[in-house]
Design a protein around this ligand. Structure first.
Ligand code: FAD
Length: 467
């Protein structure tokens, strides 16, 4: 008969050094004979990167039986590839880059290939009728004022909380260069500068404005995810939207949209905060029994997650400067990334991501052809006809309309509290656990790496409880 010690020892051999199993080994007395324990069942709700990472860590521990319940028909959540649009290109319509090179997401991308950008990467800036390179812009006195006035934005120490827009207003940045700040900032906070708190987003998203970003190149996100998480993919149940979680008894009862009931020892919720915030009467909401604690609901309400639209654009000509990786204009869609260049076939792909008020109030109701027209008009106005005439087509991914995502990523609203994310991440009754980018308490919310970190945190908790 296998003793518990043997059982743990076998499991431990398959585990990395310093795992919890080695701690367990030392806690067993030599004479103790215990039958191997039944595996503990863990239901992971959501197959975005935090759900997949949670599954992988727990699977490697061997003592858990995992199931990943995913509402949509694919994996990856906000990491999403559009295949065969705008010709034969594979275009990333969600996350496609890592912030910095000291994290797991970067390591996953690096095994593929990456290209690097940051706020000092060559770009084309179209302002007041002229097309400037970054070197030229760096000699512009208005731009220098912008750089000098905002360089401490990642370490804001003001005593009162205001919006990022109010903060920038107080800096008296010249109007003609303000849009550069707005575009760089909004893609980091995930919303309009009028909506986000300067105090609380400062050390999180805003500190990343100058970070090096490593973009996926030479492969695509789905291949990267399949390679990293291949062994847990057999445990993903797609098209399984969870509608209720009942944790009144010993086991957690989870029901899906087809009324199929599953029971688990532990449940990990990795759904976006926008889904957790849905009212019971709203489509795709999750009903909790008992209801989530008031403190958690209050924390969720201090966190925003606003509209996001990513647009891929094909042009037949290169109108930007030779090495430019980004294009900035004063248009409502103000920043474009150069994704690929194929001069032999006169095919160039750019992407633009719009988040916050403009995405929600205007782009949200526009058809693809109307968005193409808007870009054409803006390019004609701010860049010139060489640009507007080069437009061929566009492809739009509206994240606000994705029924199980409903937006961009989380940010602190003005008037929030520093402890908010801790409260969001708090487990309930040692049975219900929370992961996903919004639960990141390590200043990496709103990122892929941040989502991965929450998976490690939640697994540590589960393993500690399981012992
Ligand atoms: C356009 C865009 C660009 C971005 N670019 C970057 C970038 O370059 N770099 C970066 O680091 N970050 C980027 N981000 C942010 C990054 O994508 C996210 O922080 C990260 O992917 C979130 O992972 P997650 O696991 O927390 O959540 P998600 O990826 O949202 O996964 C949650 C999963 O839960 C599922 N789900 C929802 N409801 C239910 C239900 N009821 N039942 C079952 N399943 C459910 C969803 O379908 C989804 O698959 C970007 C985000 C967007 C929108």
């Amino acid at each position: 008969m296998q003793t518990r010690r043997d059982f743990i020892k076998t499991a431990a051999m398959a585990l990395p050094a310093m795992s919890f199993a080695s701690i367990l080994l030392s806690s067993c007395s030599k004479s103790e004979i215990i039958a191997p324990r039944k595996k503990l069942r863990v239901g992971i709700i959501g197959a975005g990167i935090s759900g997949l990472e949670t599954a992988k860590i727990l699977f490697d521990q061997k003592q858990f039986e995992i199931e990943i319940l995913e509402a949509s028909d694919r994996i990856g959540g906000r990491i999403s590839l559009s295949e065969s649009v705008l010709g034969s290109n594979n275009i990333e319509m969600g996350a496609n880059a890592a912030y910095g090179d000291q994290n797991k997401w970067y390591n996953m991308l690096r095994t593929a290939q990456t290209f690097e950008t940051n706020s000092k990467t060559p770009s084309s800036f179209y302002l007041s009728g002229s097309a400037l390179t970054l070197n030229e812009l760096n000699k512009d006195s208005d731009y220098l004022k912008l750089v000098n006035s905002t360089q401490d934005i990642g370490a804001y120490s003001g005593s009162t909380d205001v919006s990022v827009a109010q903060y920038i207003e107080s800096k008296n940045i010249p109007e003609r260069v303000k849009f550069i700040f707005e575009n760089r900032t909004e893609e980091k906070i995930g919303t309009s500068i009028e909506r986000a708190s300067i105090a609380l987003n400062s050390s999180e998203s805003l500190s990343k404005i100058d970070a090096n970003m490593y973009h996926i190149a030479g492969t695509n996100s789905q291949d990267i995810l399949y390679k990293e998480y291949g062994k847990v993919l057999p445990f993903v149940l797609n098209n399984t939207a969870i509608s209720s979680v009942d944790y009144t008894g010993n086991k957690v009862k989870v029901r899906d949209q087809n009324q199929v009931l599953r029971e688990y020892d532990f449940v990990v919720l990795t759904v976006p905060v926008s889904i957790l915030k849905l009212q019971p009467s709203e489509v795709n909401s999750i009903q909790f029994s008992p209801a989530l604690p008031e403190s958690k609901i209050a924390a969720m309400n201090k966190i925003g997650m606003d509209g996001a639209i990513k647009i891929a654009i094909k042009t037949n000509r290169k109108f930007w400067h030779e090495d430019s990786k980004s294009i900035y204009t004063k248009g409502k869609i103000g920043k474009y990334e150069v994704v690929s260049e194929d001069p032999a076939n006169s095919e160039y792909i750019l992407t633009a991501t719009v988040m916050g008020a403009f995405a929600e109030n205007e782009l949200n109701s526009m058809r693809e052809s109307e968005i193409l027209n808007l870009i054409q008009n803006e390019w004609a106005m701010y860049i010139g006809t060489s640009a507007s005439d080069s437009l061929v087509s566009c492809h739009v991914k509206n994240w606000s309309k994705d029924p199980f995502i409903r937006g961009a990523f989380s940010y602190h609203k003005v008037g929030g509290e520093a402890e908010t994310r801790k409260e969001l991440a708090k487990s309930i009754s040692s049975k219900i656990f929370f992961a996903g980018e919004a639960c990141n308490t390590n200043k990496n919310s709103g990122t892929v790496q941040g989502a991965i970190e929450t998976a490690s945190a939640v697994c540590k908790e589960i393993i500690a409880v399981a012992v």
